[in-house]
Design a protein around this ligand. Structure first.
Ligand code: ATP
Ligand code: ZN
Length: 304
């Protein structure tokens, strides 16, 4: 059964994530790698936490900042673009900040950019004087324009922003861009970046004063343990002592080379490193320099 929403004190933590869309799967995967599991199937609105008292609310990404502001949810995984826009909109009507980004999560990367019709020759922001700009991010755009003293008309659209110039409802657009393919398909070119965005873990501006404080702290610690080792590898191999200087030179871009205890005179070594250090080519070079039984392991989690 779904507990009542918006109650003031709770002993369970509630996290809002996108129900479906770009951030839905990576958000679930990240939380699962922090040791969370849930009882409900993914098409339900509410997922009851089984392994820990941490429940999920599956919603539209636009609703996540508001759910945190209202105390319905304690944490949320949402694009920085959405969080900044809604924070900006609150600020413009004199409301205090209600949430903050606690961690960048390394997925959902995109940029909020100005894009103009291909035939424009872009000379700089002063060119925007007197133009009409279509966007779903009016607060961020307005602030950006004001900071540069540009008087332009912000045309707020909730979707299909990229066709506005062709429809004649705006001269240019301000929209999210990742690969740029959508812009190209609409004969637009990106010219200015307003915001570099990625998915963030968002939480309330204040802190929790009940059991949720400990839960949130534990989750953050686990999340750091996952994020820090993402893309990290553990390289292990054996080598004779004489080969050590050459191997160390080849592993200059890795972490410290750690020697494990061994009995037969052959050294067993290990080091933490990035993807580039353990390419096939590098492993072959290490082998030529005397490394044996090379093994590369993915790192799933760590506690510092
Ligand atoms: P919802 O139904 O939840 O409202 P949506 O259509 O608003 O979904 P998505 O398109 O799934 O949302 O995008 C969610 C987030 O993914 C964006 O707010 C942004 O942070 C990020 N993102 C990454 N790349 C892009 C992109 N090319 N276009 C739009 N959003 C992107
Ligand atoms: Zn949305």
């Amino acid at each position: 059964m779904t507990p009542p929403l918006g109650s003031a004190t709770r002993d369970r933590l509630r996290i809002a994530i996108q129900k479906s869309g770009r951030l839905a799967e990576p958000a679930r995967a990240l939380l699962a790698s922090c040791g969370l599991s849930w009882r409900e199937s993914r098409d339900k609105l509410f997922c009851y936490g089984e392994s820990l008292p941490v429940d999920l609310l599956l919603v539209r990404d636009d609703d996540i900042p508001g759910l945190i502001a209202d105390g319905v949810c304690d944490l949320g995984i949402v694009g920085r673009n959405e969080l900044d826009e809604q924070a900006g909109a609150r600020a413009r009507i004199g409301l205090a900040p209600a949430y903050r980004a606690l961690r960048g999560l390394g997925f959902g990367q995109c940029r909020l950019m100005l894009a103009v019709p291909d035939e424009w020759e872009w000379t700089g922001p002063e060119q925007l004087q007197g133009t009409r700009i279509a966007t779903s991010y009016p607060a961020i755009l307005t602030e950006w324009l004001e900071a540069r003293g540009i008087a332009a008309q912000v045309v707020e659209l909730s979707g299909s922003v990229e066709i506005a110039p062709r429809l004649g409802t705006a001269d240019l657009i301000c929209d999210l861009v990742s690969s740029g393919a959508t812009l190209r398909a609409n004969q637009l070119k990106p010219v200015e970046t307003l915001l570099e965005s990625e998915a963030v873990l968002a939480g309330p501006a204040g802190s929790f004063d009940d059991a949720r404080a400990d839960l949130a702290q534990m989750l953050l610690r686990r999340m750091d343990g996952v994020l820090q080792v993402r893309e990290r590898k553990l390289l292990m191999f054996n080598a004779e002592r004489e080969a050590l200087p050459a191997l160390e030179r080849l592993l200059a871009d890795a972490g410290p080379l750690v020697q494990l205890p061994s009995s037969n005179g052959v050294l067993t070594l290990q080091t933490m490193c990035g993807e580039g250090t353990v390419s096939w080519q590098r492993l072959e070079e290490l082998e030529r320099a005397g490394a044996r039984q090379l093994m590369v392991l993915g790192v799933e989690r760590s506690l510092a």
